[in-house]
Design a protein around this ligand. Sequence first.
Ligand code: SAM
Ligand code: SF4
Length: 518
Amino acid sequence: MSGVTENDALHAAPKTFYLETFGCQMNVHDSEKVVGTLLHEGYRQVETVEQADLILYNTCSIRDKAEQKVFHRLADFKKLQSQGKKFGVLGCVAQQEGEKIFERAPHVSLVCGSASYRNLPQMLVQLEGASANASLVSEAIDVRDSHPAKIAQGGAAAFVEDSPAHPAGENAGVRDDASIAISPGNARDSVLAARNSGLVRITGLDDRETDKCFETEFTARSNPHRGYITIIEGCDKFCSYCVVPFTRGKERSRTSESVLAEARQMADLGYTEIQLLGQNVNSYKDPAGKRSFAELLAAVGEIPGIRRVRFTTSHPRDFGRDIVQVIDAVPALCDHVHLPVQSGSDRVLHAMRRLYDREQYLERIAWIKSSKREISITSDIIVGFPGETEEDFAQTLSLLDEVGYDGVFSFKYSPRPNTPALALEDAIPDQEKARRLEGLMARQKEIQTPRYKKYIGAIMEVLVEGRNESRGQWIGRTSHNKTLNFTAPKQATTSVGSYVQVMVTGSFPNSLLGEIMV
Ligand code: SAM
Ligand code: SF4
């Protein structure tokens, strides 16, 4: 047992925290849950690292650059440790690297995996208690990874036991520091000796199978008008380049009843836009078997008070025609589908293990284009995947022309730990990846510019999201997910969170310009 009581720990508690978030909307939403949990625990959020007792980074490991950012941040602020500040790494890098983070950044005290906000209250008590008295012995629980898909690949045990992130026997190579592992789920017990060195190390790695991550009791949403709801966690697709199945774990869906209860609660609180989230949101399977994904979309869109429903990200393999039919039928569903293709070449799609080919992808695009409404389509593309030839890349460019996207997020392929693509030969040199990325962005700009221009003269409804004082403009978002900056005369009652009609008067490659209709 620790010599520190919970009470002592709370007295010595650091009570301010700073949180920086890297990565996708899922991470942004997880951070809202972290903030809610910390506020509930009596902490106060502050704007700068200097003001904070506890400095947290919610991290992304989708590409190497994103992962390195957090280590740069940690290095930048290392000197603040001497002022007694504590550092914590949350999210995907924490889940991926585990205790290795303590080796790279010894001033870190807390390493806590994706969906880890559930464990934060216990971890904070441990952190505070350990800070007050670094002489601790605690029960440690280590998590076994049992992702069925990994077992099928013969990789489950190897992933845990052989990965340096999870050394066999947590305290193999005992260090002179306090080390506590907290984790829920299928566990094995061991006891870690903690040393009286002043360094405190607490790990809470997730079992990556839990559906407790859907509990949102203390979510502190940062926007009072539009908010996220996670409907499905993890991913079972195992694309050959992607780290997500290893960091966010097995695919699991939340019951549609629970999603709808949260959506109704948000509507009662005055939210008018809801964005349903998932790594593959359309792979959703109601555990209670009540609703398909399309039926869930319709049900959220029919909640009184909800004027806009978005959903991201859709995986092409699971994209059914019923999604387009429901967009046609329910006015609150937005005119936008984000459908990442990754490559226009069948050869590369196959090597990426994307589970569809170009023709099947284009079939889905045809369904979307046959909608009664004009639905805007956006995508993600990776250039420079190992073995991608000039001809493969040319096919990706021709796909851009064929689809006519309204926006593309393009990335240079980044080799990631644990992923099968690491073993592929014919790596593309970085300079060549950069050249292809530039070429792709230039082509997309040529496609996008006239697509934006054609809205000049149209009247569009926007949700007002903010104000740019220096330009004297309001910032709005259309149902197509386009930014529409507009001016309004003083007498017009414009406010953030309202919906207004705007006449489009100009266009840029990534935004529209307009005037409010009065
Ligand atoms: N589940 C979504 C799908 O399959 O389309 C994508 C989710 S992933 C978090 C977001 C995007 O990151 C992907 O669509 C892909 O373009 C990009 N990405 C993932 N792994 C990458 C890697 N190793 N290198 C470069 N980009 C990557
Ligand atoms: Fe990653 Fe592929 Fe899963 Fe998307 S579908 S999260 S790219 S493994």
